[in-house]
Unconditional design. Structure first.
Length: 122
């Protein structure tokens, strides 16, 4: 019998082929698992990209809101200053009005005294 054809060699070849098949199946499993893991990573990156886009949109909206708040604060400051100037103006008018009121009362008093003086002397 030939050494290559001996039952032992034949069994070794079959075992070797089975081992190669198992190794190939193992490699195929590993490749499939890695492909699934890569796909999971890709999905995670896509999800992360979506999250960053949403975050960028929210930051942009918040910036717009902050700009509006800042504008409103500036307008309020301007209006408060204008109100303060109007109050000062009103206070000046009231002081002038008081002076005019005092002058008017003094003039009426003088006129009444003059009339009384004329009546008393006549």
């Amino acid at each position: 019998m030939d050494d290559d054809q001996s039952p032992e060699n034949y069994q070794k070849q079959i075992l070797s082929q089975k081992q190669l098949l198992l190794i190939q199946e193992d490699n195929t499993k590993m490749v499939t698992e890695r492909e699934e893991e890569v796909n999971k990573i890709v999905r995670s990156i896509v999800d992360l990209n979506d999250i960053f886009k949403d975050l960028a949109h929210m930051v942009n909206e918040q910036g717009t809101v902050l700009d509006r708040i800042d504008y409103n604060i500036e307008q309020t400051q301007v209006q408060v200053y204008e109100g303060y100037k109007q109050l000062q103006k009103a206070e000046r008018y009231q002081r002038k009005n008081r002076k005019m009121h005092c002058i008017f009362i003094l003039a009426v008093t003088i006129v009444v005294l003059v009339i009384l003086l004329i009546i008393v002397k006549s």
